[in-house]
Design a protein around this ligand. Structure first.
Ligand SMILES: NC(=O)c1ccc[n+]([C@@H]2O[C@H](COP(=O)([O-])OP(=O)(O)OC[C@H]3O[C@@H](n4cnc5c(N)ncnc54)[C@H](OP(=O)(O)O)[C@@H]3O)[C@@H](O)[C@H]2O)c1
Length: 244
């Protein structure tokens, strides 16, 4: 039965995370969705499919909130997560290196790097829960091999995603050494029309924006197509391998 597939979506109140929930519930998959606080859109999906959707609370920038989420998650009696998508993220624009405050830089790092990695770490430490794939929502902005020098105002954001990429690569290698079968992936969702992209940038977006629906449809196929041989790799929503 299709309901045997379970997704965990971290950061599902709106945008790409919400769309992951919407698409997979409509396919009959089970979804554990997390949000700092739920949204009317997420509540509506849960109310329409209460047997498929569970909403838990998690602020990824808070160690206490992550610990409380892990406790709730254990109590939910889930034994298997097929696909965990660690999606929550922020872009407080602009975040230029010559202007940003200590706190703004730290906020990007806590939300986009430290929180996502610690959540994955704590899930992977749970003895009785098997996790098939952990897909981290990265960004082309975080690539150092394909540095996007035109992205004025993206210094802290890009650094936080580059750091995320580097730690998740280590996570993949550490898991390999332990003979773990969990697959670790980084994803670039494309340039997606969400609240995050409602900013006044000075450059043209190559190829234009896509919808959250198109992005998630593509990323879900990417996630589901990857096997343990692909652990520690970086993919776009169009299934093109991306340079670190
Ligand atoms: N949109 C793009 O073009 C694009 C491109 C590349 C990468 N990405 C990445 O894709 C991911 C999703 O972005 P989006 O476009 O869907 O952005 P969005 O519409 O702004 O949504 C961001 C999501 O992250 C959640 N979030 C933010 N801070 C959080 C925290 N401290 N704890 C828990 N959840 C938190 C938000 O929850 P609240 O409602 O509580 O704020 C919201 O659900 C991000 O990691 C982003 O960096 C997006």
């Amino acid at each position: 039965m299709a309901t045997s597939i379970t997704w965990l979506i971290i950061g599902a109140s709106r945008g790409i995370g919400l769309e992951f929930v919407r698409q997979h519930v409509s396919l009959g998959h089970r979804v554990i969705a997390t949000a700092r606080s739920s949204s009317s859109a997420l509540d509506a999906i849960r109310q329409n499919a209460p047997d498929l959707v569970k909403v838990l609370t998690c602020d990824v920038s808070s160690s206490e909130s992550i610990n409380a989420f892990i406790e709730q998650f254990v109590q939910s009696c889930a034994t298997k997560i097929d696909y965990a998508v660690i999606n929550a993220g922020i872009l407080e624009y602009p975040n230029r290196s010559l202007e940003m405050s200590f706190d703004l830089f730290a906020k990007h790092l806590h939300t986009n790097t430290v929180g996502p990695i610690i959540i994955a770490q704590k899930l992977l430490q749970l003895q009785d829960i098997s996790i098939g794939t952990v897909a981290f929502m990265s960004s082309d902005s975080g690539s150092t091999g394909n540095f996007l020098s035109f992205e004025d105002g993206f210094a802290a954001y890009a650094a936080s995603k580059a750091a995320l990429n580097q730690v998740l690569r280590h996570m993949a290698e550490e898991l390999k050494r332990k003979k773990s079968k969990t697959i670790i992936l980084a994803l670039h969702p494309g340039e997606v029309a969400t609240d995050m992209s409602k900013i006044d940038i000075s450059w043209e977006i190559d190829g234009g924006q896509i919808t959250a629906g198109e992005s998630v449809n593509g990323m879900a196929q990417v996630i589901r197509s990857k096997t343990i041989e692909h652990t520690g790799t970086f993919w776009t929503w169009e299934n093109k391998e991306y340079p670190w």
